[in-house]
Design a protein around this ligand. Structure first.
Ligand SMILES: Nc1ncnc2c1ncn2[C@@H]1O[C@H](COP(=O)(O)OP(=O)(O)OP(=O)(O)O)[C@@H](O)[C@H]1O
Length: 297
């Protein structure tokens, strides 16, 4: 008896996610005897549903929603005894995790992909007692993402985050912190620290072209305290995938890290405001099985 659960956030994708449900049911029906459809109503629902799927030994969980809903699903699946395979139908503004896994951003194509039943094992991260699939960020740009309104996202898409990020850089001062990693420690002042599991962050798919979703590593970028003019020189290196070579940027490749700061700072986890420092982070290698496009012949 094969069971799959569909977790759908009806508010995602400009409230259009629900209309794709019949097509999803049609595609999944040949593979599963039972389909449970679970609609989220509030924050935390997707975590509970995903945990329920683990406990009841579901074969697969298919999440229809933005990065927020997918992140909640992963928080329900992390380190459970039985972990169902994860399918993703992206309905967010940025959809970084789908981009990193080459899952189509168009809903019908993402649904049709599930009929291939092709699975890849990918890393997730553990931060204190929670989990993340894509990125941690600390600093002004990270905080700026909270000020982006739903209206801005609808009108501008990913650019909305970029605009707020630049505005934040202009206003903010650098913060002081210490990071311990596989091969030592770094201490100093920075505008931003980003620790990415994949190469897609904030819709930019070229953060670290060599980052693989199952390399067991975090790719850490520290944008150090620099003059204002130099900040803008960083943007072209980001777009060219050469950020780590910029001399204002410290790059660290590590499987774990610990971050402390004398300041009271919150960590942005997969785009949402998360725990306060200090944090302990480790990569859980190949922890999750995700439906992805088959390898190109
Ligand atoms: N039925 C619902 N109505 C309104 N909000 C909901 C509902 N169910 C869940 N949510 C909220 O939606 C949040 C997740 O939204 P998600 O990021 O998946 O979609 P999105 O906002 O469209 O994507 P993006 O942030 O990329 O624009 C959850 O954290 C939860 O608080």
């Amino acid at each position: 008896m094969k069971k799959a659960m569909v977790i759908i956030n009806p508010s995602s994708g400009k409230e259009k996610s629900r209309q794709y449900l019949p097509h999803l049911q049609e595609v999944l029906q040949p593979f599963y005897n039972e389909l449970a459809i679970k609609e989220t109503q509030k924050e935390g629902d997707a975590v509970s549903f995903a945990k329920e799927a683990c406990m009841n030994k579901y074969e697969a969980v298919i999440t229809m929603g933005g990065d927020g809903t997918i992140s909640e699903t992963i928080n329900g699946l992390g380190e459970q005894e039985h972990v169902p395979a994860l399918g993703i139908i992206p309905f967010g503004t940025i959809n970084d995790f789908a981009r990193a896994l080459h899952i189509p951003l168009e809903p019908i194509a993402a649904i049709d992909l599930l009929s291939k039943q092709f699975i890849k094992e990918v890393d997730i991260g553990k931060i204190n007692n929670g989990y993340f699939m894509n990125v941690l960020a600390i600093g002004a740009i990270a905080e700026a993402s909270y000020t982006v309104t739903a209206d801005q996202k609808t009108k501008l898409g990913p650019i909305a985050y970029f605009v707020e990020g630049v505005k934040a850089l202009i206003r903010k001062t650098p913060f002081e912190f210490r990071i311990e990693h596989d091969s030592g420690a770094w201490e100093g002042k920075a505008y931003l620290m980003v620790a990415a599991l994949t190469n897609s962050v904030g819709g930019f798919e070229s953060l670290e072209p060599n980052a693989e979703v199952n390399d067991g590593k975090l790719h850490v970028f520290i944008i150090k305290e620099i003059s204002f003019q130099k900040i803008f020189k960083i943007i072209p290196s980001l777009l060219k995938g050469e950020l780590k070579h910029n001399d204002q940027v410290e790059y660290i490749r590590t499987s774990r890290l610990a971050v402390t700061s004398p300041e009271k700072l919150a960590v942005n986890i997969d785009g949402d405001e998360g725990v306060l420092l200090p944090i302990q982070v480790q990569v859980l290698k190949n922890h999750l099985s995700v439906f992805v496009p088959p390898l190109r012949e």
